[in-house]
Unconditional design. Structure first.
Length: 335
C-alpha cells in the first residue's frame, strides 16, 4: 500500500536499482493476456477484510489543500496497526497468522483471564466490520463481567489506577477516577487497547487476571464460546485455485497469485496456477496454535520461491516454480 508514496518508491530504487513498480490495477496481464499476475488482496472471496474501495487512487480526500495526504486503510490493515503490531513485539509470529483475527482465538484459548480480555478487545473491533471480517457471531460475553468486576472491586480499581500512573502517564489517576473512567464496556476495551502499547506486558496482564469470575458467576452463557468469523473456515487454497480457473476461462494460461503466504502449484493441461507464498515463515491454519508458540517464529516453515515465465515463441508459455531455499528441507524437491 505504501508504494503509492513517491518517497517510498525512491528509497526502494536506491537500494534495488531502477525497478518497475506496478500500481493501480488488480491484475496485470503480460504476453497478450496469457499471463495474469495479482497480489490477491482485492479478491473478496478469499479476503474481504483487506480489499480497498479505490485501489486506482487510494488517497483519502482531505478538507484543505494544505492538509497532509492519507492513504485509505482497509479493516485488515487497521486491525494490524491497532493490535497486531503491538503484539508482534512480544510474539514475533503474530503478524504471520491468516486471517489476522485468528489472534483473538489464540488469546481466548489461554487459561489467563487477562489474555482472554485482550482477545475480547480484538473481537470488539472485528465485530464493527462484520462484512469485512465475515463475522458470524458476537464477541465473547465477558464484557458485563469485566464491568462488574471493575465497578464492584475497590482493590482491583486501585491496581488499575497504578497502571494508569505507571504505564499510561496519568499521575493523578485514583481508584475513584477509575470507577468513573471505566464505566462502560467500550471504555474498558479502549483502556486495554492503550495497554497493548505498553512493553510491561506481564504487569498489567496480572492485574486483568484479577477480574476473573468465580466458576458459577457467569451463568449458562459463561462467555466461554468463541466463534469469531467465517473467514477462519474459508479454504484459501481452494479459493485461489478457483480464481485461477476463472482466469483460465478468459484466456490466461498462467496465473500467479500471492497474499495468502501459502505456496502452491496447480497444473491442469497447459494451464498453471502458482502461488509463490511469502518470503516469510507461514502457518497453514492457526486452529491449534498457542500463544507460547508465537514467541519463536524460527520453528515455522518457509519457502523462498520465485516464478519463472518464458515466451519461447510457441502458443504455450513455459513456466516453473523455482525454490531457492526452504525450511524444513524437502526430500522430494531440493532447492
Amino acid at each position: 500500500m505504501d508504494l503509492y508514496w513517491g518517497q517510498v518508491q525512491n528509497k526502494i530504487r536506491k537500494k534495488a536499482g531502477d525497478v518497475r513498480i506496478e500500481l493501480s490495477e488488480d491484475t496485470y496481464r503480460r504476453y497478450g493476456g496469457r499471463l495474469h499476475i495479482s497480489h490477491g488482496h482485492q479478491f473478496p472471496s478469499i479476503d474481504p477484510a483487506n480489499g480497498f474501495k479505490n485501489w486506482r487512487n487510494p488517497i483519502l480526500a482531505v478538507p484543505a489543500d494544505s492538509a497532509p495526504k492519507r492513504l485509505e486503510m482497509c479493516p485488515g490493515t487497521l486491525f494490524v496497526v491497532r493490535f497486531v503490531n503491538f503484539l508482534e513485539a512480544k510474539y514475533p509470529f503474530a503478524d504471520n497468522i491468516y486471517p489476522e483475527t485468528a489472534l483473538a482465538s489464540i488469546l481466548w484459548r489461554e487459561d489467563r483471564w487477562g489474555l482472554k480480555t485482550v482477545g475480547w478487545t480484538l473481537l470488539r473491533f472485528a465485530t464493527q466490520y462484520r462484512e469485512a471480517f465475515l463475522s458470524t457471531a458476537t464477541q465473547p460475553d465477558i464484557g458485563p463481567q469485566l464491568l462488574n468486576a471493575i465497578q464492584g472491586d475497590s482493590f482491583l480499581r486501585r491496581k488499575i489506577a497504578s497502571i494508569y500512573r505507571d504505564a499510561l502517564s496519568e499521575p493523578d489517576m485514583t481508584a475513584a477516577k477509575v470507577k468513573e473512567t471505566l464505566s462502560s464496556e467500550d471504555a474498558i476495551a479502549a483502556f486495554v487497547e492503550l495497554l497493548l502499547q505498553d512493553p510491561l506486558w506481564e504487569k498489567w496482564i496480572e492485574v486483568l487476571d484479577m477480574a476473573k469470575p468465580a466458576v458459577s458467576s457467569l451463568g449458562a452463557s459463561g462467555g466461554n464460546t468463541l466463534a469469531i468469523n467465517a473467514a477462519s473456515t474459508i479454504d484459501v487454497r481452494a479459493g485461489c485455485a478457483t480464481i485461477a480457473r476463472n482466469k483460465w476461462n478468459v484466456g490466461a494460461q498462467i496465473v500467479v497469485l500471492g497474499h495468502t503466504h501459502l505456496p502452491e502449484t496447480v497444473k491442469e493441461g497447459s494451464h498453471r496456477y502458482y502461488n509463490p507464498g511469502s518470503w516469510t515463515r507461514y502457518v497453514d491454519g492457526a486452529e491449534a496454535l498457542t500463544l507460547e508458540e508465537l514467541r519463536n517464529e524460527d520453528c515455522f516453515p518457509y519457502e523462498l520461491n520465485c516464478i519463472r515465465v518464458e515466451d519461447t515463441g510457441s502458443d504455450t508459455l513455459q513456466s516453473e516454480c523455482i525454490c531457492i531455499d526452504r525450511f524444513p528441507a524437502s526430500k522430494d524437491r531440493d532447492p
